[in-house]
Design a protein around this ligand. Structure first.
Ligand code: 4NP
Length: 177
């Protein structure tokens, strides 16, 4: 799976979802204007490339509420566009009911993950939470998807590199035995 120790819950969760006909995936970060809307579109394009986009519901949300209703950050949109991703998501905050709707809820960093565990209404809901880093296979010193908001251009490129790698692996994990 990943090149570091994968959370045992992630392995259980992925195994329980393999082979499901329709899967619902939610990506979560802090602001829902940089990392998670990019993850949403990168993953959507992976499903399109494999010819099965209708089998998926893909969305993103933020734990924070500062940017509700806004399009993604301009810098993220520009860097994503250079790689062929058009980011059109409008920011929303994650809700308790997302834990009913979605099969897997993927947090970008430790802060997102602890916020998600605090919001989850039950142990069953908490079992749907997985770290995006569990799907990273590329050689990197990062064990999370780092927040690019206060970084320069290279921070956004790094996010896209990590997301492209993790989304490919996430798709493979969910769709192969
Ligand atoms: P994101 O980045 O969590 O990847 O969307 C951030 C966007 C906005 C803020 C923090 C992180 N903010 O503090 O407004």
């Amino acid at each position: 799976m990943a090149n570091h120790d994968v959370n045992p819950n992630t392995i259980r969760l992925i195994n329980s979802l393999k082979g499901k006909e329709k899967l619902k995936v939610l990506f979560v970060c802090l602001g829902n204007i940089c990392r998670s809307p990019a993850a949403e579109e990168v993953f959507r394009q992976v499903t399109v490339a494999h010819g099965h986009p209708d089998a998926w519901t893909i969305d993103s949300a933020g734990t924070g509420r500062w940017h509700i209703g806004q399009l993604p950050d301009n810098r993220m949109r520009i860097h994503a566009r250079h790689r062929g991703y058009e980011l059109t998501h409008h920011c929303r905050q994650v809700t308790e009911s997302d834990f009913d709707t979605f099969d897997i809820i993927i947090g970008m960093d430790a802060g997102n993950l602890s916020d998600l565990h605090a919001i989850a209404p039950s142990p069953e809901a908490e079992a749907k939470i997985a770290p995006m880093a569990d799907f990273i296979t590329m050689a990197t010193r990062y064990d999370h998807i780092p927040d690019p908001y206060y970084e320069g251009a290279e921070g956004f490129e790094l996010v896209l590199d990590l997301l492209e790698d993790a989304c490919q692996n996430l798709y493979r994990q969910l769709t192969t035995d």
